[in-house]
Design a protein. Structure first.
Length: 216
């Protein structure tokens, strides 16, 4: 069933790309090309995640989107829909005026990820701020050789945890202008949206020091 969901998702994604190319704007001229030759549309990127069949069920590894996760774990969308973030914190996130990237390292097998990641989706939806961008990387359990090999096979970093300096999942890493602003590790100190606003909103710089169950 899981594989069938993913196959359908990839087919829909490819079809959507074809429609976009067919209905999109006229080809633009490249400024570096004096002849003004039209630029061909980029090829559809290959998936950068894979599925590992674990003893307790399948899980994802590699760089993933919300759609990738929901294709195999639809209950995550239900959790997102049920969450009601605190309006004041959402307003602070909605007011962030600089580009901030949030890198989330998660485990689809992990209970904390199943709780916090859908909540973060709802927070991002509620803030509706184009300056906030979420990237997600799914990992296996620590020292899971099968997950490491699969991640490398699909073109993602072999050891995503090492790349981002992550021990516990989920970890949300906030970055702006190439610098890390702070991170939320495994469990927020209070409401997830409050911790996120404390890091991303200029009015509340991150000052926490906890390496677990909080942000710094």
């Amino acid at each position: 069933m899981f594989q069938r969901h993913l196959s359908g998702l990839r087919a829909v994604t490819t079809a959507a790309w074809i429609v976009t190319v067919a209905l999109g704007a006229a080809p633009r001229a490249d400024a570096a090309d004096p002849a003004g030759a039209p630029i061909a549309p980029a090829a559809v990127a290959a998936p950068t995640f894979g599925v590992v069949e674990g003893e307790k069920g399948p899980y994802l590894v590699g760089e993933v989107t919300r759609e990738d996760i929901v294709a195999g774990f639809p209950a995550w969308n239900d959790s997102a829909a049920a969450y009601a973030p605190e309006p004041g914190a959402v307003a602070r996130l909605a007011a962030v005026s600089r580009p901030v990237e949030v890198v989330c390292v998660l485990g689809t097998w992990c209970g904390d990820s199943r709780r916090e990641v859908p909540r973060f989706w709802k927070i991002m939806e509620s803030a509706a701020n184009p300056n906030l961008r979420l990237r997600m990387f799914a990992v296996g359990r620590k020292d899971d050789a099968t997950a490491l090999a699969k991640s490398e096979a699909v073109g993602a970093p072999r050891d995503i945890r090492a790349v981002w300096g992550v021990t516990l999942v989920p970890t949300f890493i906030f970055r702006a202008a190439g610098e890390e602003l702070g991170r939320i590790i495994e469990i927020p100190t209070g409401a997830l949206e409050g911790d996120a606003a404390g890091i991303a909103a200029p009015a509340a710089p991150a000052t926490g020091t906890s390496d677990q169950g909080g942000w710094h």
